[in-house]
Design a protein around this ligand. Structure first.
Ligand code: ADP
Ligand code: MG
Length: 750
């Protein structure tokens, strides 16, 4: 297939980012390193992408460590074990801590809350164990919970607080620590407190720690699943290959296959690496790459792609790309890059979360102060409990997860459908697109025209003209050229020697063949000649959607060659569906007006811009902006500037590398249904992000005042810190699970 290039960037896996505010902190630390140009940290993938002058990772790792996080360089080739082990390790460590925290918390909760809910129970307990001894037991249990499983909150929360950069851990440490310290004073120095305030809150301290650990554990499990689409792609890679060496076949790990090796594939086996078939032919299931579910038959000379499945035949192929160069490895890298990217709206979210934690602390202090001064006695006990509730409920976790998890799941699902988002920002852009403009040849049509008619001037001879033209076109990469060369080859004509070859993009080609001047191209290309003898015949072909090119030999019009290209089978249905979704469609083509209009009519495209020179495609696109944002779908080298100019450039994956490099989105199989899928995924993902953000912000906006106690004067409602911890955990889980729903978005017209 083709190769995708990537700008040199260092990718670093980060550990210990517990909340969205950590993202800004790590980014800031990275940007301070000399030579760093850009740094982007993704909370969901736990990965930083850094562009720096030196490309050296060492100072970057040091800067991250200094900011208080773990860091290591991301391994360069996708691993079979999946790229998400550290999520699993996270999940395992958290599971252990949840158990360690839950065991002592449970009796604490039962004894204390049981007594609150049912007085006789309290009496019964007291009659067996006096209150003083009971408090000592509580103290021991809570101390264990905070010091062992809860250690993580204090170890990173307290230094962060001291640095003046409090984060999520600081909130938990402050909240549970305050409840704990108050209880310690009430236990060991009760004389410091008035008699009506001598209560202990050990159970609050322990339950907060336990519930937040439960929330993080569930979140780690869900995050691990978020990257599943990539995991699946990674698993599509073959593990071994049967390589022919000196006549014998030996099975070897796929990592050892070299370019040029001959690989033998039996029915039902995976194609190990990219290559070209040298013997045999077989139907091959390429759905993992293209999203196209029907198998395609590949024979000698055809390309095969590593990771696809050979269904029934047996083939031998020569390896052309191995290791990190294979199409699959490149796709994985591209999807990972897009998944790690940030949408424009994320910038706003990051800014909000950066001031959110300090703001919550101020709110907690205010809560304490207001209750201590104006609250019912014991004022500072109410103040302490409510301030703790505010600290605990206001975790900005869900906010931090809202955008990145949706992007991960959305781009992953798109990749499964054969749509690669090279730039995740295209997800946001595409939603607002009003016009979809298509290139004609190779995009709406197959791009494999065949010669259908040959109209000759009486002074010339057919085979001679065709041989001359084919000689020139052999040097052109244009599909029309290929059609002419193919026909000459079929007739067994021998091409002459070509000199002075000049290609004029969008117009035609000119060269000398054995001394004769041969020019082939559009009417415009041969503008000074008289076409009147041909025009009547040509119009009929044009109205049938066929393209005529003209041949001038030694400046005399010699022939018109007519080629016809089939439209892709899905094109018309895709155009109809785009119209049904309220979008405007436009065809932009270098071909002549009549031909372009005929094809547009066949497909139902509403507007045609024909005879557009490659250089003018950009201007044409700009003019289309009057209708709104424009997406452009194209495949050729001549489409590259337009792909870059469009608000969203969509490259057909069967097209040229230049087109793919300039695009924001790549349709892997070349199937235009991918345009619909890209639009669907964009809308679904953006809706999902808004749902998540609305939930995360709404939850905080609604519950912080409740936790602070604003409902108390009127309704007597207070939110216990324990409920706060539960609600906080639930809100993160809601966000991550909501993003999972994107995995089931259906492909279009399938
Ligand atoms: P499209 O937009 O359909 O992909 P191009 O811009 O590539 O078309 O080409 C526009 C026109 O220029 C063609 O329809 C053809 O008339 C002429 N042309 C370009 N290259 C060649 C070539 N190598 N041989 C003959 N004609 C050519
Ligand atoms: Mg084209």
């Amino acid at each position: 297939m083709h190769s995708y290039t990537h700008s040199a960037a260092v990718s670093i896996d980060i550990e210990g980012m517990t909340c969205a505010s950590c993202v800004a902190r790590v980014e800031k630390a990275l940007l301070k390193v000399p030579g760093v140009e850009t740094a982007s940290v993704n909370f969901a993938t736990e990965r930083a992408t850094v562009h720096s002058a030196s490309g050296d990772a060492t100072p970057l790792l040091a800067a991250i460590a200094k900011a208080g996080y773990g860091a290591k360089v991301t391994p360069s080739t996708p691993q079979h074990s999946g790229g998400h082990q550290h999520h699993d390790e996270d999940a395992q460590g958290l599971r252990r801590d949840v158990i360690l925290a839950a065991i002592p918390t449970l009796p604490l909760l039962v004894l204390e809350m049981g007594g609150h809910l049912y007085m006789p129970f309290h009496m019964a307990v007291i009659s067996v164990v006096p209150q003083g001894v009971l408090n000592l037991i509580y103290f021991a249990l809570a101390s264990f919970v905070l010091a062992v499983p809860g250690r993580r909150f204090f170890v990173s929360g307290i230094p962060a607080l001291l640095r003046g950069a409090p984060e999520m851990n600081a909130l938990v440490a402050l909240g549970s620590g305050a409840a704990y310290l108050y209880s310690v004073v009430a236990t060991f120095a009760p004389q410091l407190l008035p008699s009506e305030a001598q209560y202990v809150y050990y159970e609050s301290a322990a339950v907060i720690v336990t519930l937040i650990l439960v929330g993080r554990w569930l979140e780690a499990i869900a995050k691990g699943r978020t990257g599943d689409a990539i995991g699946r792609l990674v698993r599509e890679q073959a593990r071994t290959a049967r390589v022919e060496q000196n006549g014998a076949i030996s099975e070897m790990p796929v990592e050892q296959v070299r370019v040029g090796d001959v690989i033998v594939v039996r029915p039902g086996e995976k194609i190990a690496v990219d290559g070209e078939i040298i013997e045999g032919s077989s139907p091959i299931d390429e759905s993992m790459i293209s999203g196209e579910s029907l198998p395609v038959t590949r024979g000698v000379g055809d390309a095969v792609i590593g990771g696809t499945l050979n269904i029934s035949g047996s083939v031998r192929f020569r390896a052309t790309k191995v290791g990190g160069d294979t199409t699959l490895a490149q796709i994985i890298r591209m999807v990972e890059e897009a998944q790690g990217g940030k949408l424009p709206i994320q910038g706003v979210v990051d800014q909000i979360t950066a001031w959110f934690v300090p703001a919550v602390m101020v709110a907690a202090v205010l809560t304490f102060a207001v209750w201590a001064v104006f609250g019912p006695t014991p004022g500072y006990v109410f103040g302490m409990v409510n301030a703790v509730a505010v600290l605990i409920i206001a975790c900005p976790c869900a906010m931090g997860l809202a955008t990145p998890t949706s992007i991960m799941v959305g781009t992953g699902r798109a990749a499964e459908l054969g749509v690669l988002f090279r730039k995740s920002s295209a997800l946001q852009q595409l939603r607002d697109v009003a016009v979809v403009a298509f290139d004609k040849t190779g995009t709406l049509t197959e791009g494999k025209p065949a010669l259908t008619d040959f109209i000759l001037d009486d002074d010339f001879e057919h085979d001679e003209v065709l041989a001359l033209v084919a000689a020139v076109e052999a040097k052109s990469e244009h599909p029309i050229g290929s059609a002419i060369v193919a026909e000459a080859e079929r007739l067994g004509l021998t091409p002459g020697t070509v000199t002075d070859f000049v290609a004029e993009a969008g117009n035609g080609v000119t060269a000398r063949v054995d001394g004769r001047l041969v020019a082939v191209g559009s009417q415009r290309h041969l503008g000074h000649l008289d076409f009147s003898d041909f025009s009547a015949a040509i119009e009929g072909f044009a109205d049938a959607g066929k393209t005529a090119v003209f041949v001038a030999i030694d400046d005399k019009l010699a022939a018109a060659i007519v080629v016809a290209d089939r439209v892709k089978s899905s094109s018309a249905a895709v155009i109809a569906e785009l119209h049904a979704r309220g979008l405007k469609t436009v065809m932009i083509s270098g071909d002549n007006q009549r031909t372009a209009e005929a094809i547009a009519r066949q497909l139902g495209i509403s507007e045609v811009r024909a005879q557009v020179l490659p250089a003018d495609k950009v201007a044409t696109l700009k003019a289309l902006r009057q209708f709104g944002k424009v997406a452009f779908v194209g495949d050729g080298i001549n489409d590259a500037p337009a792909l870059a100019e469009a608000d969203v450039g969509i490259a057909v994956g069967t097209g040229t590398d230049a087109a793919i490099e300039s695009a924001d989105v790549v349709l892997l199989g070349g199937d235009l249904r991918g345009v619909l899928d890209a639009l669907t995924m964009s809308r679904a993902t953006m809706r999902n992000i808004w749902e998540n953000l609305a939930w995360a912000f709404g939850y905080n906006v609604a519950l912080i005042p409740v936790a602070a106690g604003v409902l108390y004067p009127a309704f007597g409602i207070l939110l216990s810190p324990m409920i706060g911890a539960g609600a906080m955990a639930l809100s993160s889980i809601f966000v991550v699970s909501n993003a999972q729903r994107l995995r089931t978005v259906a492909g279009s017209l399938r």
